[in-house]
Design a protein around this ligand. Structure first.
Ligand code: DGP
Ligand code: NA
Ligand code: NA
Length: 213
């Protein structure tokens, strides 16, 4: 992506994404992180995908609740559309200096659909052009351990064999931009490690790291 110097130099917020299996602790860690950053006077918002509040999000929610059936590629594209419909708001928040802590993003999109047997490159295609995260924080926990943690809910993907496949696909997506945190550590240790990564990332973006697709 090419950006002019004025955009380069103006300070902006960070896009911080938390990923992991269901029951990995992402949601509570996202909340704790946002509370902490706010207490430090940082402008930050908690986001999550799927965003069930939109009409696309309501279709996704009905599918996850097993109230509706949809073809695997159709639901894949709806999850992606749910990210696309938030893209411009995401960009304006980041440019105005607000950081976003996002519970799940494109990596969930690819890992969960590829776990159904869809071609991984096909799964990645509709994500191209969404804003690239500045930091991906992956809460690593084995599917078995996640399942032991107080159990899954009743949603469509919350089964051990499916989560095992998701874990295999997440492993293929991992790159140098990811930091993997041992989700088996105490809540407090995980929280502290995430804070450190987030503060470092926010400082870099504030100093002028450009936004990328
Ligand atoms: P959550 O609200 O974070 O519990 O997510 C709901 C479920 O949907 C969870 O099992 C993960 C899955 N999921 C999240 N994003 C995507 C996506 O983009 N595509 C697919 N297929 N599944 C997703
Ligand atoms: Na879930
Ligand atoms: Na969650």
């Amino acid at each position: 992506i090419h950006m002019d110097n004025s955009q380069r130099l103006s300070s902006r917020g960070s896009l911080i994404v938390l990923e992991g299996l269901d029951r990995s602790g992402k949601t509570s860690q996202s909340t704790k992180l946002v509370t902490h950053l706010k207490s430090e006077g940082i402008s930050v918002e908690a986001w999550r995908f799927p965003d069930r509040s939109t009409s696309v999000g309501q279709m996704i929610s009905a599918y996850l609740a097993n109230d509706t059936q949809l073809d695997d590629r159709t639901i894949h594209l709806l999850f992606s559309a749910n990210r696309w419909e938030k893209r411009s708001l995401m960009e304006s928040r980041l440019r105005s200096g607000t950081s976003l802590v996002v519970d799940r993003y494109s990596y969930s999109g690819v890992a969960f659909s590829a776990a159904k047997g869809l071609d991984i490159e096909w799964c990645k295609a509709p994500e191209v052009g969404l804003i690239a995260p500045d930091q991906v924080i992956f809460l690593g926990i084995s599917p078995e351990r996640a399942a032991e943690r107080g159990g899954y809910g009743t949603e469509r993907y919350e089964h051990l064999d499916f989560q095992r496949k998701v874990a295999q696909h997440y492993a293929k997506l991992q790159d140098v931009s990811w930091k993997v945190i041992d989700g088996g550590l105490s809540m407090e240790d995980v929280e502290n490690q995430i804070r450190e990564l987030a503060l470092d990332c926010i400082a870099k973006c504030k100093a002028g790291k450009p936004l990328a697709n």
